[in-house]
Design a protein around this ligand. Structure first.
Ligand code: HEC
Ligand code: HEC
Length: 305
């Protein structure tokens, strides 16, 4: 029996290993009640010092869970120094933030709540606000059997973020054999593999599973103060090294790169091919890659519909 299971697992692994990209599961387990509470918290600007900035201010559902501004704006109009990545499918990332400084979503959520140029709050202020709010008092009691508190606030936000998956993109349906790609999309996918994009953008999130340098072949001009791996390790080779961003829903999340320097998907593809692979792409190649990347747009998360 044990041997049979081993063989089965091996075969299943081998089947999926054929494609370097895995489809997103149609659903994942999360606590629905907590996620609904997390949703209210995610959209609540009262969780910021000037009561104007919510998580959704910088992670807009209308914009693929990312920010259309090159860099985000926090409380009192203060500007940050990096582009806000999407929160969609962030559950599948191996670490959080551009430089991976948070090990998971719970650790991540503490960041913006405390960041002086984002929400600029602290545990006491958050708890004070929630404990004085009838809705939250009732919901925390019902779900956590406790008064509103900081730890459970983070927990609810994380449950909501688990619900932010975008399954059933055209490409996922193609991988499952449910639909065909157009000739142009197919050409784009082939280029994505043969040019070598796939060496960094692979797995379930087509990224989100390794740290890589921006400017492997031709150096990238550094913007000041960007949160790269160097900021954590202080090793020279970690300068301009970032978590490879997910390419899921990439057509919705312009502008691109940690500094928001690429305005369009075409620009981003051109820059990637040049800086990280050393190629100048032809117009046709760019067009095909754009067509392929557009097949990575998934369904809007159910919880937001
Ligand atoms: C003022 C804008 C702003 C607000 C408000 C904000 N974020 Fe972010 N978020 C960002 C930026 C910018 C980054 C990238 C920062 C970095 O990597 O250094 C980010 C990163 C993230 C990431 C990591 C994604 C990844 O791929 O690494 C998650 C998850 C996230 N935010 C969730 C939240 C949640 C939850 C809240 C509310 C508690 C929130 N954000 C509030 C701007 C914001
Ligand atoms: C050596 C690893 C590597 C290779 C090869 C690579 N990328 Fe990237 N890609 C990255 C990294 C790292 C970033 C983040 C760079 C930054 O923000 O400065 C990135 C960012 C991107 C972005 C912007 C994502 C966003 O949310 O801002 C796109 C689009 C992209 N890559 C597409 C491609 C395509 C298409 C190819 C092939 C032509 C490719 N990449 C090849 C590592 C790589």
């Amino acid at each position: 029996m044990k041997a049979l299971i081993t063989v089965l697992i091996f075969t299943i692994t081998a089947i999926f290993a054929k494609e370097p990209i895995e489809p997103i599961p149609k659903s994942i387990k999360y606590n629905k009640q907590k996620a609904q509470l997390g949703k209210v918290l995610f959209f609540d600007p009262n969780l910021s010092a000037d009561r104007k900035v919510s998580c959704a201010s910088c992670h807009s559902p209308e914009h693929g869970g990312a920010d259309p501004r090159p860099v985000s704006m926090g409380v009192h109009g203060k500007k940050g120094n990096v582009n806000a990545p999407t929160v969609y499918n962030s559950y599948f990332n191996f670490r959080q933030f551009w430089n991976g400084r948070a090990k998971d979503l719970k650790e991540q959520a503490k960041g913006p709540l405390h960041n002086p140029v984002e929400m600029n709050m602290n545990r006491e202020k958050i708890e004070k606000y929630l404990k004085n709010n009838e809705y939250y008092k009732e919901m925390f009691k019902r779900i956590y059997h406790k008064e509103p508190n900081y730890e459970d606030t983070l927990d609810a936000i994380v449950e909501f973020e688990k619900a932010l998956i975008t399954p059933n993109s055209k490409f996922d349906r193609y991988l499952r054999g449910e639909t065909k790609l157009s000739p142009l999309e197919k050409k784009g996918y082939k280029l994505f593999k043969t040019l070598g994009c796939i060496t960094c953008h692979n797995g379930i999130n087509i990224g989100g599973n390794s740290f890589q340098k921006m400017g492997v072949v031709f150096p990238y001009k550094r913007e000041k103060n960007t949160p790269d791996r160097f900021a954590i390790t202080h090793k020279k080779e970690d300068e301009l090294v970032f978590k490879v961003p997910t390419l899921r829903n990439i057509a919705l999340t312009a502008p691109y790169f940690h500094d928001g320097s690429a305005k369009t998907l075409k620009d981003a593809i051109k820059m990637m091919a040049y800086h990280n692979l050393g190629f100048k792409l032809s117009k046709d190649e760019i067009e095909a890659l754009v067509a392929f990347l557009k097949t990575l747009t998934g369904e809007k998360p159910k919880i937001l519909r």
